[in-house]
Design a protein around this ligand. Structure first.
Ligand code: CLF
Ligand code: SF4
Length: 496
């Protein structure tokens, strides 16, 4: 069966609340059946699944019970993708209607998450009313929640009652002294509490909530925001602690701090980590823990595949006019999900066979290389360089190909900007690929080709519509053959 087009941006035109994870396909194979069933079509909990399945958030939770120095929920921009940002706050009734409209129109949407714009558990009536109705009216949708953890212990029973299998807790520290530099206050027992005392209560509640969820058999993902100079050196300890308590995945996300967002960190000029710093930390934690590397730091009203936002197609006025037959939609969804699953299983098998063959093949001694890939999903290279809104970053080495992260790009050829601006946007896109030695896309224009080469990044449009890992390995082998992969010609790492 022909799989549906997963991205609403045609190739010709294209390019939680602070919380998020992803097990790779090899990890999925080794999971017990019950857990595999829970993660295999969740785009955040499975790296594989995020190429095929979509998620959506409904913004029913405006209030928050803590303040984080990286958050300002007042700032909204339609082009802004970051936690806490929404265009419309919904009632539970509107949220249910919107979820069913999206599920009927985007059949590969498998997960409904509540992630803000405040904290879902600081708005328990609206959050649980939405979950209760959806578990009855749309039972084929997985329910997911992302919380700061302060109100979590009191909510665990209710979460279990609504069959919520996936909970994300944002844990930025396990040391209250560090917490006091991240959280100016919490609202606890009808009082505002500040400083180390506030951070201590928050940490205790998060850890208690984590333990209670694990005891109930609920999958827990921990999100952490990496803040250089504040908690960057501490996050390996956080990873170790949450793993020892049974968390399934750890998602370390880079701090987003811009002065125009009006956040404390933004105004104070606190910088986020460089891609290299983030990767180093994720690698150092990965010995102890499954790490999520494909998080897109979604808005609290995001709709679609990770990295895209189709929220504009499902605004309140638009869904008002939609007539949904959910029974019929569920039947269609079932067929499509089964077809996607079949394709994923066959690709997984193929990949395992190739990895085995590679093990048997003569061992290369070349250094690892980072490559950027332009894709809109389904695990293939299918986006023009100039239309890419983001690039997936892969590392090729003698032991194979692994996914590392994604980087946002400015789509430079939008056609409505002047030449000078076009050029500088292209420069910014190329700058965002620092550290990569090749970029693989379906096509590259003459001008960017030249500029990429000048920046030491080899453009490659020869692998259009090919499987990403196969193409990256093929380019790696070509580079090795051409003698480009000695230690001496490694690129210099960017500094902060
Ligand atoms: Fe949403 Fe979060 Fe559920 Fe995913 S997001 S509540 S677990 S359905 Fe995913 Fe978005 Fe990253 Fe969150 S990419 S911010 S990890
Ligand atoms: Fe913002 Fe509250 Fe989420 Fe912190 S926990 S990021 S303050 S919504």
């Amino acid at each position: 069966m022909q799989l549906p087009v997963l991205n609403n941006v045609p190739e010709a035109k294209s390019g939680c609340a602070a919380s998020s994870c992803g097990s790779t396909d090899s990890q999925i194979d080794s999971l017990p059946d019950a857990i595999r069933e829970k993660v295999q079509n969740h785009p955040c909990y499975s790296e594989d699944a995020h190429h095929y399945f979509a998620r959506m958030h409904v913004a029913v939770a405006p209030a928050c019970n803590i303040q984080c120095h990286y958050c300002n929920r007042k700032y909204d921009c339609a082009n802004e993708s970051r936690p806490g940002v929404v265009s419309e706050v919904l009632t539970p009734d509107q949220a249910v209607k919107k979820t069913m409209a999206v599920a009927a129109n985007i059949p590969q949407m498998t997960v409904l998450g509540i992630a803000g714009p405040g904290d879902p558990l600081a708005n328990p009536e609206k959050t649980f009313e939405t979950f209760r109705r959806l578990s009855e009216e749309a039972p084929d949708i997985k329910l997911c929640v992302s919380t700061n953890g302060l109100a979590l212990p009191a909510a665990v029973e209710e979460l279990a009652k609504h069959n919520i299998d996936h909970v994300t807790i944002t844990i930025n520290c396990v040391d209250p002294e560090i917490g006091a530099k991240i959280y100016p206050w919490i609202f606890w027992n009808n009082r505002r509490i500040k400083g180390v005392k506030a951070a201590k209560i928050l940490i205790e509640q998060q850890q208690k909530g984590l333990e209670m969820l694990i005891a109930k058999g609920i999958l827990v993902k921990v999100n952490s925001v990496m803040i250089p100079g504040i908690n960057d050196e501490h996050l390996a300890e956080v990873s170790r602690v949450v793993k020892s308590k049974g968390a399934f995945l750890h998602n370390v996300m880079p701090l987003i701090a811009e002065a125009e967002h009006g956040t404390f960190y933004g105004v104070m000029g606190q910088r986020g980590p460089t891609p290299e710093e983030l990767q180093d930390l994720q690698d150092s934690c990965s010995g102890d823990m499954n790490m999520m590397r494909h998080c897109r730091q979604c808005r609290a009203d995001a709709v679609g595949m990770l990295g895209e936002d189709r929220g504009d197609e499902f605004t309140l006025d638009k869904i008002e006019d939609m007539d949904i037959d959910y029974q019929a939609a569920m039947e269609k969804r079932k067929v499509i999900h089964a077809a996607i699953q079949e394709e994923m299983d066959s690709k997984r098998l193929e990949k395992a066979q190739k990895a085995e063959a590679q093990k048997q093949a003569e061992r290369m001694t070349t250094r690892p290389v980072l490559m950027a890939v332009a894709t809109s999903g389904q695990g293939v290279i299918n986006v023009h360089f100039g239309h890419a809104k983001e690039f997936l970053i892969y590392e090729a080495s003698p032991s194979g190909v692994r996914f590392i992260s994604h980087r946002k790009a400015d789509a430079y050829c939008s056609g409505d900007i002047s030449c000078g601006e076009t050029e500088s946007t292209l420069q910014r896109t190329i700058h965002s690929l620092a550290g990569c030695e090749a970029v693989l896309c379906s096509k590259v224009g003459y001008e960017p080709w030249e500029m990429l080469e000048k920046a030491g990044i080899m453009p490659n449009g020869e692998h259009a519509m090919e499987n990403i890992e196969d193409a990256v390995m093929a380019v790696y082998r070509e580079m090795a053959k051409a003698g480009k992969l000695t230690a001496e010609n490694a690129p210099i790492r960017a500094s902060a």
